[in-house]
Design a protein around this ligand. Structure first.
Ligand code: GTP
Ligand code: ZN
Length: 202
């Protein structure tokens, strides 16, 4: 994807310019959809759409594991599950570039270190702000925590609605997809798995 660079001299708000080839691609899409990209209401749309897509895809510009680099080791001997649930997120499916809207539950069983709890949501957003399939998003979040925190267990459950199923194609509103990835003790020990799923509300 082309990048947005430098201040835009034509834009009084100083937003970075959108390369002409990116704008032209969006004009082509508007024409193909059946409208006239040169009518007044659509004149600025290519720039807006391009900037919106840069924002939806901010995750390409970051390594989500960076959020797990600051850890705390003084936790008073706490060695039970740490869980963040009902984390809302947005992503886009790589097949149709249509919105995926959902919530995630992320848990881990620490060994000797914990992270600031907001960091789990930051890792999720870092991977979600890309073109995704839900299975890969789930795996990437779990693998990242597993690798960088080296906990005893990781559990990630994601529930999401795919606009490519609700707004087009099979047009089935209200349907959600659930994916999960269990690692370490949550994979090996049925009681730990049961406990974490119960804490998550399943
Ligand atoms: N497994 C999985 N499938 C997804 C995800 N997001 C979208 N899809 C599916 O990707 C599939 C792409 O199928 P294709 O037959 O290539 O595309 P299509 O003709 O647009 O399919 P329809 O959506 O059925 O109209 C569809 O079944 C989508 O529902 C995802 O995150 N995971
Ligand atoms: Zn899709």
């Amino acid at each position: 994807m082309s990048s947005l660079v430098g201040p835009d001299e034509d834009d009084p708000r100083g937003k970075p310019p959108v390369p002409e080839d990116v704008q032209e691609a969006i004009r082509t899409l508007i024409r193909w959809a059946g409208d006239d990209p040169l009518r007044e209401g659509l004149l600025d749309t290519p720039q807006r759409v391009a900037r919106a897509w840069k924002e939806y895809c901010l995750g390409y510009g970051e390594d989500p594991s960076i959020h797990l680099s600051r850890v705390f080791e003084e936790v008073g001997g706490y060695n039970e599950i740490v869980l963040l649930r009902d984390i809302p997120f947005q992503s886009h499916c790589e097949h149709h570039m249509a919105p995926i809207i959902g919530k995630a539950a992320i848990a881990y069983l620490p060994t000797d270190r914990v992270v600031g709890i907001s960091k789990l949501a930051r890792v999720l957003h870092g991977f979600a702000r890309r073109l995704q399939v839900q299975e890969r998003l789930t795996a990437e979040v779990a693998d990242c925590i597993w690798e960088h925190l080296q906990p005893q267990g990781v559990a990630v459950v994601i529930e999401a609605s795919h606009s490519c199923m609700t707004a087009r194609g099979v047009r089935t509103p209200g349907v959600t997809m659930t994916t999960s990835r269990m690692m370490g003790t949550f994979l090996d020990d049925p009681r730990s798995r049961e406990e974490v799923l119960k804490l998550m509300g399943y």
